[in-house]
Ligand binder design. Structure first.
Ligand code: ARG
Length: 476
């Protein structure tokens, strides 16, 4: 418990106060008030109150199974923990700054409630393996949560794909119109990205799902703990295999933050496109009123704030990853207090990324695609120039020469403010006699898109196969 006397640091002779700390026995003075606050983590680790209870329940069941506690002691402790949980839920008991951390809060309240049996809860356990467990349990559930959110986003994307295998739009390189594609094809690229993200999370889960409880402070314990049993009670694949690593490993958290960073990078790229597509110049989409905001001064505005915020918040998530990497880099084995710094920014990153996925999904599923504008834009940007060159190649012109001829065709069109398709056959033949009447069909948007039938290309037939395989993936 918080034991300083207001404004003073020394509490000589106040054993009652000093002993109230979990670790007060060795001390003759209470902690300085500023030190107390600097050291405390209750302000943020109360987030894993539930996980702390889960871990304590499993630990106590195991202690009784091993004959380290009696069954009666176990039952008293379990009832005490239930009571604490219920009182916190009902608001009868508040998690306050009077406690150093969530572990002390639970233990002190248990002792208050059930007396001596409560003092046995921490047998064969250290806060080092306790916090390692709590953080891992909390992160594990967050990993699953992110995966569910991503899965839903993938469903939204697939739905847009299914409806837009014939929606022609320009594909870009260097933000310059390049070749025509379809909206389904464009969305498919994001499907691939978020599917990789989902698979990455599944992979992290496989590696992280081992239980550190029983590692003790760093060197295990001399009590005959059954670590397999606690691991099983908590749904882990098994116990971690080295107790020093068990208390000091935060790799799983780094991997998760790294996966979240990649997810944010993908969302941010997508947001950037939404912002461009929503601009007055493009008008490829209309964001639903529920997902856009207005200007306080300019009545005509409908701003893509959600997309901009998602793009902006990406930096915060990267920040958490960089912060934890830096925190961990100089820590000798095993536990050091630096590791308490793994929490605040990570929690913020989890909330931020999960919130962004959900909001982006909502924005995407409610947006309207202005298909006519997309198609008109594809037609007006020489996106069929490559196909016109390929036409000449198919008629025996070497590609480099064909490239030069079409370059002259494009220049002619720019001067006359027209599309290649608008040129008459005579105009085309004046530049190259190889052109015949079938050129128009060869460079139509339909041909440009639907003749592209290699794996991964936008042609409708290929796209339909991709959609079928994505559907099968999602229903697994
Ligand atoms: N609040 C600490 C943390 O978050 C709990 C572990 C404390 N262990 C210790 N030996 N002081 O890391």
């Amino acid at each position: 418990m918080r034991v300083f006397l207001s404004g003073k640091t020394a509490t000589e002779g106040r054993e009652d106060i000093i002993m109230a700390q979990l670790w007060g026995g060795r001390f003759t003075k209470a902690t300085d008030e500023l030190v107390y606050d600097f050291n405390a983590s209750i302000g943020f680790d109360q987030r894993f109150f539930q996980e702390d209870l889960m871990g304590s329940r499993a630990h106590v069941k195991m202690l009784a199974k091993q004959g380290i506690l009696t069954e009666q002691e176990r039952d008293e402790i379990l009832a005490g923990l239930d009571g604490i949980e219920a009182d916190v839920k009902e608001g009868k008991l508040e998690i306050t700054k009077e406690y150093e951390d969530i572990h002390s809060f639970v233990e002190a309240n248990l002792i208050d409630r059930i007396g001596d049996a409560g003092k046995k809860l921490h047998t064969g356990r250290s806060r080092n393996d306790q916090v390692a467990l709590d953080m891992r349990l909390y992160t594990r559930s967050q990993v699953q949560h992110t995966e569910e959110l991503l899965h839903h986003l993938l469903e939204t994307i697939l739905h847009i794909m299914e409806e837009n295998t014939e929606t022609i739009m320009p594909g870009f390189t260097h933000l310059q119109k390049a070749q025509p594609i379809t909206l389904a094809h464009h969305m498919g690229a994001y499907f691939e990205m978020f599917r990789r993200d989902e698979l990455r999370l599944k992979d992290i889960y496989k590696r992280m799902n081992y239980c550190p409880l029983g590692s003790g402070a760093l060197a295990g314990t001399t009590y005959p703990l059954d670590r397999e049993y606690t691991a099983e009670l908590l749904d882990f694949f098994g116990p971690t295999e080295n107790s020093m690593d068990g208390v000091s490993d935060r790799d799983y958290l780094l991997e998760y933050l790294s996966a979240l960073s990649v997810i944010m990078m993908h969302l941010s790229r997508f947001s950037e496109e939404v912002i461009i597509w929503n601009s007055n110049e493009y008008r490829f989409i209309e964001i639903d009123d529920a997902y856009s905001t207005g200007s306080s001064i300019m009545p005509q505005k409908k701003n893509p704030d959600i997309a901009e915020l998602v793009r902006g918040k990406t930096g915060r998530v990267y920040g958490a990853l960089m912060s934890l990497l830096t925190t961990m880099k100089g820590i000798p084995l095993a536990y050091n207090k630096d590791m308490q710094e793994d929490k605040e920014l990570s929690f913020d990153a989890m909330d931020t990324a999960n919130g962004c996925i959900q909001l982006f999904d909502g924005m995407l599923s409610t947006m309207t695609f202005l298909k006519d504008n997309m198609e008109a834009s594809a037609k007006n940007g020489f996106t069929n120039a490559t196909d016109a060159a390929d036409y000449l190649v198919n008629h025996g012109v070497p590609f480099r020469d064909a490239h030069g001829i079409i370059g002259r065709v494009v220049l002619y069109c720019i001067e006359k403010d027209m599309a290649i398709d608008d040129m008459s056959l005579e105009e085309l033949q004046a530049i190259s006699p190889v052109f015949e009447a079938d050129i128009y069909d060869a460079i139509s948007m339909d041909t440009c898109v639907n003749k592209r039938l290699t794996i991964g290309a936008p042609g409708k037939e290929v796209m339909e196969k991709a959609i079928a395989s994505y559907k099968a993936y999602l229903s697994k």
